[in-house]
Design a protein around this ligand. Structure first.
Ligand code: HEC
Length: 119
């Protein structure tokens, strides 16, 4: 009986670890989406206007955006704004894995800033 309980607990623990990694997003995957002109059904890559993520270094820390004269509450909304208006694609689910990856990539940009500055 005890081993069954341990087995069950391990399954739950592994599940939690996986859901955490998923929620945290993968910056490398996000970067390839960022460079993909077909991302979200669009015709342009994010990278064409934000080369190497330029201009987005602080976006990962912002809670509110103001694009096109409208307020966006959160990075997910800001990303979807660009997907629709700039990439001419379809807004993606804010809770999707793609969104988590794009956001992980944008958040990783600020970590690279000191390196870039210190050339
Ligand atoms: C056609 C050019 C273009 C493309 C393509 C583009 N963007 Fe943008 N993006 C902009 C411009 C211009 C702004 C500033 C908008 C404003 O301030 O009104 C911006 C702003 C943003 C911001 C908010 C920056 C801030 O901190 O205020 C984010 C986040 C962003 N873009 C992400 C993306 C992502 C992710 C993609 C790809 C899905 C993308 N952009 C594609 C032009 C583009």
């Amino acid at each position: 009986m005890k081993s069954v309980r341990i087995a069950l607990l391990s399954v739950i623990a592994i599940g939690l670890i996986f859901s955490y990694t998923f929620a945290a997003g993968d910056a490398e995957k996000g970067k390839s989406l960022f460079n993909d002109p077909k991302f979200a059904g669009g015709t342009k890559a994010c990278n064409e206007c934000h080369p190497g993520g330029r201009g987005l270094e602080k976006s990962g820390m912002k809670k509110e955006f103001n694009m096109g004269g409208k307020k966006q509450l959160g990075l997910e909304e800001a990303v979807n704004y660009c997907i629709v208006k700039a990439n001419k694609g379809e807004a993606i689910d804010p809770k999707s894995e793609d969104m988590a990856n794009i956001i992980a990539y944008i958040k990783s940009l600020k970590a690279e800033m000191p390196k870039r500055r210190g050339y």
